[in-house]
Design a protein around this ligand. Sequence first.
Ligand SMILES: [Zn+2]
Length: 185
Amino acid sequence: MNCRLIATTASAFMLCNVAAHAQDIHEHGSSTLQIVREGNAVTLRLDAPAMDLIGFEHEAETDEQHAAITSAQEKLSDPLGLFGIPEEAGCVLDHTQFEGPLSEPVGELVAGHHGHDDDHDRDTEHADVIVEYEFTCANPAAVTRLDSAFFAAFSSARELNLQVVTENGQFQQLLTPAMPSASWQ
Ligand SMILES: [Zn+2]
């Protein structure tokens, strides 16, 4: 089990990897965004079907598919804008880690559990994109809302399961293109 201990001045609790659970479901159109705020450290973890971000889940073959990967990487390289983290929080991106297809150099996109390379098998393959962002925020108390541009950036995305953990507790909301914003304590 992938858990980590979150210790705060008020309490200590285990945060288990709910994103990994969501990843197991792998439903096209449905992504998960996990936000953990602790002191000045804010971590965002996006878990999305590759289909939603690049339009396919197999090895990139065409120029168009390579371009889709590059485009997605560019959009995902601006998480403050993409997820609408408040400017007054003063968050600075320290580190970005890609897992899954977008972590591969362009041209080496590989879907999970491959082994055969014919088109028939590809129909049953799926791949998730996981991106983890680590921020240091001068005013983390302002990280109490977001106004996500995720749906505008990725038109195949239909819902974003927002899960927030702060010193004040936990919060969940399902964001959609019609309601891409949320606020919490
Ligand atoms: Zn899939």
